[in-house]
Ligand binder design. Structure first.
Ligand code: PLP
Length: 452
């Protein structure tokens, strides 16, 4: 940090402050973790300085032999860890991984058949008129994914995201009673809508998904089945999700981030069957530029870590701790979406405490508990204020928290939520944004968490 401070002290200071914040608070954001020192150190090297557009052995720049090694090792670990036929480790983030997957599917299902029909090898050989026809076809495809309020991600077809603009999009929600995926309803939607792509995966759904059933639905309507396992990749890597709950044997393409439950560097990845591999391999130049050599190297290190028995123990603890957390919250009167969890996250419906998600998130933060607000199914407060708070166990499990600590965390959360009330506005009505936390609660909670 001294070296950084000599150039830009504010950055050194922010870095130092972030460490202090992460050490002094309870990090319960379901998508965050603590990467290992080996992973963090691997990111800070001169591998960052090298341009390597293209793929292994087929680069658009000279001198890429070391990046070739890095990318090959990372892909080998990914393939072997997840039992995938092919792995593409270049995407810089989860959104990039999804864009690569979408365009690989469009290339495989729309572009290649069109080229074959015209007897051409490459889109550059097309006439302007042929190209216009193909462009129109790209823009006319359908995707079916989980809705945002049911726990899906914005890249699964949400209108403000590019995915919602690229595709004619429809979403499936959850059953209003059970708040779980209703596979019959997904099948009915797929039969009616006939999507090119069926997307499974989520950011805020506290239950496991039956990917075998989803693949059956995709096959029935001729859709490519894509799973975004960004949130639960660590549970797949750690063999907590197996059989029908493991997306890799069932999906044509699986996308992921590497920094959430997988505990690697910030980045993304695409796994694919051999059939889709050549299209995914064109991620650069399709939607990516030069890969981040330092981050691919850190992915290799984190994936090597994830192949150890210690990581399997960790992944099981993540799931066990989520059960403890859910049990502790329920027994103290909290309401949980779907009534519990069987993955790494819990979604509290904080409306029973008389709060919006935003008020609850802010009050918890004041007390040193870092969470994020999240919509609940059919949320009356919308995506900004929301009625939910999402809580995940991956980060604190990395810190060594077990059942006793997570039960205490549940106690602290309920204590804070019960001690918070909406602030009254000038008009005498409760405001959606402002809140009042009872005196002494923040100090009491911070002191309790410092002991853990
Ligand atoms: N997919 C899912 C399911 C996610 O939850 C997220 C991030 O929250 C992403 C994709 C996007 O990842 P990134 O923020 O790395 O682009």
């Amino acid at each position: 940090l001294e070296v950084i401070a000599s150039v830009e002290p504010r950055i050194a200071e922010a870095t130092r402050a972030e460490l202090a914040d992460q050490r002094s608070s309870l990090k319960l954001i379901a998508s965050e973790n603590y990467a290992s020192p080996a992973t963090l150190l691997t990111m800070g090297t001169w591998l960052s300085d090298k341009y390597a557009e293209g793929t292994v052995g087929h680069r658009f720049y000279a001198g890429c032999q070391n990046i070739d090694t890095v990318e090959s090792v990372a892909a080998e670990h990914a393939r072997e860890l997840f039992g995938a036929e092919y792995a593409y480790v270049q995407p810089h983030s989860g959104i990039d991984a999804n864009l690569v997957a979408f365009w690989a599917i469009l290339a495989h299902r729309v572009e290649l058949p069109e080229l074959a029909e015209l007897g051409l090898k490459n889109i550059n050989e097309m006439t302007e008129a042929q190209w216009e026809t193909l462009r129109h076809k790209f823009g006319n495809q359908r995707a079916l994914g989980m809705s945002l309020d049911a726990g899906g991600h914005l890249t699964h077809g949400f209108r403000p995201n590019i995915s919602g603009k690229m595709f004619h999009q429809r979403s499936y929600g959850t059953d209003p009673q059970t708040q779980r995926i209703d596979y019959d309803a997904v099948r009915a939607a797929a039969r009616e809508f006939k999507p090119l792509i069926l997307i499974a995966g989520y950011s805020a759904y506290p239950r496991r998904v039956n990917f075998a059933k989803m693949r059956e639905i995709a096959d029935e309507v001729g859709a490519t089945f894509m799973v975004d396992m960004a949130h639960f990749a660590g549970l797949v890597a750690g063999k907590v999700f197996t059989g029908d709950e493991d997306p890799v044997p069932h999906a044509h393409l699986v996308t992921t981030t590497t920094h959430k439950s997988l505990r690697g560097p910030r980045g993304g990845m695409v796994l694919a069957t051999e059939e889709y591999a050549p299209s995914v391999d064109r991620g650069c130049p399709m939607v990516l530029g030069g890969p981040l050599g330092n981050v691919m190297a850190a992915k290799a290190v984190a994936l090597a870590e994830a192949r150890t028995p210690a990581f399997q123990t960790y992944a099981q603890a993540v799931a066990d701790n989520a059960q403890t957390l859910a049990g502790g919250l329920l027994s103290r009167g909290a309401q949980l979406v779907t009534g519990g969890t069987d993955n790494h996250l819990v979604l509290i419906d904080v409306s029973s405490f008389g709060l919006t998600g935003r008020q609850a998130e802010s009050a918890l933060l004041d007390a040193g508990i870092v969470t994020n607000r999240n919509a609940v199914p059919a949320d009356p407060n919308g995506a900004w204020y929301t009625s939910g708070v999402r809580i995940g166990t991956p980060a604190l499990t990395t810190r060594g928290f077990g059942a006793a600590e997570f039960d205490r965390v549940a106690e602290l959360i309920v204590d804070v939520l019960e001690s918070t009330s909406p602030a009254t506005t000038a008009a005498g009505t409760p405001g959606k944004a402002k809140y009042v936390l009872a005196d002494g609660v923040a100090e009491r909670t911070k002191a309790a968490s410092a002991e853990m």
